[in-house]
Design a protein around this ligand. Sequence first.
Ligand code: BMP
Length: 249
Amino acid sequence: MQLREKLSSLSSRKGSRVILALDVHNDVYAKPMGFRGEARRALMDKATKLLLELEDLIVAAKVGLPLALSTGLDFVEDVIKSFSDRLAFICDFKIADVGFVSELVADAAFSVGFDAVIAHAIVGVADGLKPLVDHARRRGRGVLALCAMSHRGAEEILNPLFDKLLEAALKAGVDGFVLPATFPHYISRARLLCKHALIVSPGVGVQGASFGSAIRAGADYEIVGRAIYDSPSPRGAAEKVVRAIEEVT
Ligand code: BMP
């Protein structure tokens, strides 16, 4: 099933629009080599327990470099295999390279079972996003394009290019956009320009935007990391996000 349909079917089934950013970490590489195995196992345990605890409250897990580098992709593949009927998996390596290399990275992600990869739209269409999107399509997977970011520095260089980035992403034929809850006007504008686009949005919770605010601005899903996994009660925190989103929908 394509990412969009998978997310939407899981969302209707669970009554949730939450994507968990699974950035759990424990400084594996700061430890001497002989102790890394133990640290790695502890981290794998933590990630697996979180997904077990939250699987009915979230529609997807977004896995980025912090977890993938610490545990390796074999572990990620095992996790995807165990949960793929209940969760979508989005690979967030923020690919930003020439098409050939982007395809190599995406290939690794797709081979371990990810439904989609996130790529920077800043690389442009020709020999950048386009071959990546074509490649993903051939493998039946998706590409989400990052067209604006959530941190303050994004407003210095990247976000002022938003219209061009969105246009490039559309031209390349991506499946959707990653847009910041902290600057919701980008979400509203994308929704206005592309009524049916898939929009996922980080920046709620620890980064300052309120839960539900990205959905109110026009996003389909909110990406939440620390506010859930760093909470003393991840389940309680996730329930709070789900409720806040319900209130605005
Ligand atoms: P948190 O809720 O802990 O702030 O996590 C947000 C997640 O969204 C992180 O995985 C981060 O890499 C990602 N993200 C972001 O915060 N801003 C962006 O503009 C794009 C992102 O992918």
